[in-house]
Design a protein around this ligand. Structure first.
Ligand code: PRP
Ligand code: ZN
Length: 304
């Protein structure tokens, strides 16, 4: 690949992300939240890291596992479905694993599902015997069929899988479902989940023995600091010490309250990290239980 500068010393870390598609924007946003920035525009395939020696390669998601396996890229942000398919294929061909899932990233959720024509009745995996299933995930599907002792044909299609039953090239499909709109538009219904997928950070199975090792450790630590508080809010308020027990009981999704200070009138300044959004309802309940000066703050990152 001529677009990749060939700096053999590998003082820099390379991360492959989807160029366009569902994972592209959230992947960039996550890396930016980790303090990375790039000089080039997003039309380029290669983005040179500015703040840190970490470069981006913008590619097709299907290419990401292979790029890591070949050592062209060190890390990748890709759907577990894509990573899993290529890992299953390696396993089925008895080729050793060349990448692993390092972190689940909490976006791009979808499920790989079996879907059948709406008018069919689903009574379990046994009905699949003797049928043909169209999919872009033949290795994951074949392993699932084996585990469930089903003898079915696997028809590999690279795209437009959902139309196969209408065209008669297959009886049913095994495809990614996110909102379910695609299935509905094609008079299909999901019946069995084969894989829960979301975007993951993938990396090599072996540790780096050069500068990339430290870069990767730093990136992972920062990423954890962003992911951990992604859905958290910091809640601060003042309350009489006699109300603290009652208030704590209301805060079911929060860390134990920490006292930050005591004020002149004897009340306490309190704070806690709340997991998930703090609703107006909860604020009003806290107020009724004695809390004052309630304040909810966005948490961007944390370093434990
Ligand atoms: C998937 C899948 C369906 C669609 C389902 O394709 O192949 O076409 O999404 O989504 P829905 O349930 O919200 O309608 P995707 O966009 O991931 O593209 P790709 O698999 O071709 O990369
Ligand atoms: Zn794709």
């Amino acid at each position: 690949m001529s677009i990749v500068p060939n700096n053999a010393a590998r003082e820099r870390l390379r991360i492959a992300i989807q160029k366009s598609g569902r994972l592209a924007e959230p992947a960039r946003a996550l890396l930016a939240a980790c303090g990375l920035s790039w000089r080039e525009s997003r039309d380029k395939l290669f983005c040179y890291g500015e703040t840190l020696p970490i470069d981006l390669l913008l590619v097709r998601d299907d290419d990401i596992p292979g790029l890591i396996a070949d050592g062209v890229c060190d890390l990748g942000i890709v759907g577990r479905n894509e990573l899993g398919e290529q890992a299953s294929e390696r396993e089925r061909n008895r080729v050793p694993a060349a990448y692993k899932e390092l972190r689940a990233l909490g976006f791009g959720s979808c499920r790989l599902m079996l879907a059948i024509p709406e008018e069919w009745e689903w009574t379990g995996a046994a009905v699949l015997n003797g049928l043909r299933i169209a999919t872009s995930y033949p290795a994951i599907l074949s392993s699932w069929l084996e585990r469930n002792q089903v003898q079915a044909g696997v028809v590999e299609l690279s795209g437009s899988v959902e139309i196969a039953p209408k065209l008669g090239t297959a009886d049913l499909i095994c495809d990614l479902v996110s909102s379910g709109a695609t299935l509905k538009a094609n008079q299909l219904k999901p019946v069995e989940s084969i894989l829960e997928s979301e975007a993951v950070l993938a990396g090599p199975v072996r540790d780096f023995d050069d500068a990339r090792g430290e870069l990767m450790a730093m990136l992972l630590r920062r990423m954890d600091g962003v992911l951990k508080v992604k859905h958290s809010q910091l809640l601060m308020f003042r309350a009489p010490s006699a109300s603290v027990d009652a208030l704590s009981k209301l805060l079911r999704d929060a860390e134990p309250l920490t006292r930050t200070a005591a004020s002149d009138d004897g009340s306490l300044d309190l704070q806690t990290m709340h997991h998930g959004e703090v609703s107006w309802n909860l604020l009003e309940e806290l107020e009724r239980a004695g809390a004052r000066n309630l304040m909810v703050l966005k948490v961007e990152r944390s370093l434990a």
